[in-house]
Design a protein around this ligand. Structure first.
Ligand SMILES: Nc1ncnc2c1ncn2[C@@H]1O[C@H](COP(=O)(O)OP(=O)(O)OP(=O)(O)O)[C@@H](O)[C@H]1O
Length: 255
């Protein structure tokens, strides 16, 4: 990959599911380029294909048509060196501690114990969980479990972090705090983030750019550059500009 190439390039992507009831066209003619270091949020009505698109970008689902290049690699299978993935449910191993959960992808690659422990500790500190290394998932709050998932997603230092509604199951206060913490992690690590959400507020608060999708079959109907200054502050949510951004999205997806 050359330094001018986009971190993500999706070309002419369409996807149709084959279900028992017949063909379900989910996505049509998706073309996206994302430059390195950007924070891009995908929004759209329920069922428009956001998760399907993210799963394809992560190499978890093969598109019916089109190509996806992430960091110059064709995403035909999951590659945690290229993209860390965080889902709505933390999906941690209940029998492993927070540290062991974060270490786990490295143990699969036979990274020596000492090295992977140090790396996992470093990541747990980054997500604010220093001192919680030995806790098991059932001893952690929902927000803490998602922090462990983010740490695990970043443990192989991929250039991309893909997140599918990672904070949707959290209460509102924790969700706002997690958004701020994610922005701080993003600023420190300079990762490219692709983030799927239902929340227009979350989209406008986090994003450099918002990709708006139509109802199924999902097409891209708008791309919005978010010109709110950084660092983002809670008070910005009550500004006219913030309301305009939300309204622009809402007017396109409300039907
Ligand atoms: N395995 C499958 N077989 C058939 N249809 C499917 C399958 N998976 C998803 N779909 C359909 O494809 C469409 C897109 O699903 P997807 O989960 O990607 O949408 P989404 O935008 O993430 O939805 P939500 O916002 O509700 O999470 C939906 O209409 C869904 O019912």
């Amino acid at each position: 990959m050359q330094s001018t190439d986009p971190m993500v390039r999706i070309s002419n992507l369409s996807h149709t599911y084959q279900s028992r009831d017949g063909l379900v066209p989910a996505l049509i003619d998706i073309n996206i380029e994302i430059q390195a270091g950007r924070f891009v949020v995908i929004v759209g009505p329920s069922g428009c294909g956001k998760s399907s698109l993210l799963m394809m970008m992560a190499g978890l689902l093969a598109p019916s048509q089109g190509t996806i290049l992430c960091s110059g690699h064709s995403m035909t299978s999951p590659n945690p060196d290229i993209a860390g993935v965080v889902f709505q449910e933390a999906s941690l191993y209940p029998w492993l501690t927070a540290l062991e959960n974060v270490e786990f992808p490295l143990s699969l690659k036979h990274v020596p114990k000492k090295v992977r422990k140090e790396r996992a500790q470093e990541l747990l500190s980054l997500v604010g969980l220093q001192g919680f290394e030995d806790r098991y998932p059932h001893e952690l709050s929902g927000g803490m479990k998602q922090r462990v998932s983010i740490a695990r997603g970043l443990v192989q230092d991929p250039p991309l972090l893909m997140m599918d509604e990672p904070f949707a199951a959290l209460d509102e206060q924790t969700r706002i705090t997690m958004g701020d913490e994610l922005l701080s992690i993003w600023e420190k690590t300079k990762k490219t983030v692709v983030f799927v959400t239902h929340s227009l507020t979350e989209a406008a608060y986090l994003a450099d750019e918002i990709i708006v999708m139509s109802a199924r079959p999902g097409k891209i109907i708008d791309r919005i550059e978010v010109d709110l200054p950084r660092p983002r502050k809670y008070e910005m949510m009550s500004t006219v500009r913030f309301a305009q951004l939300r309204e622009r999205i809402w007017n396109q997806i409300k039907h």
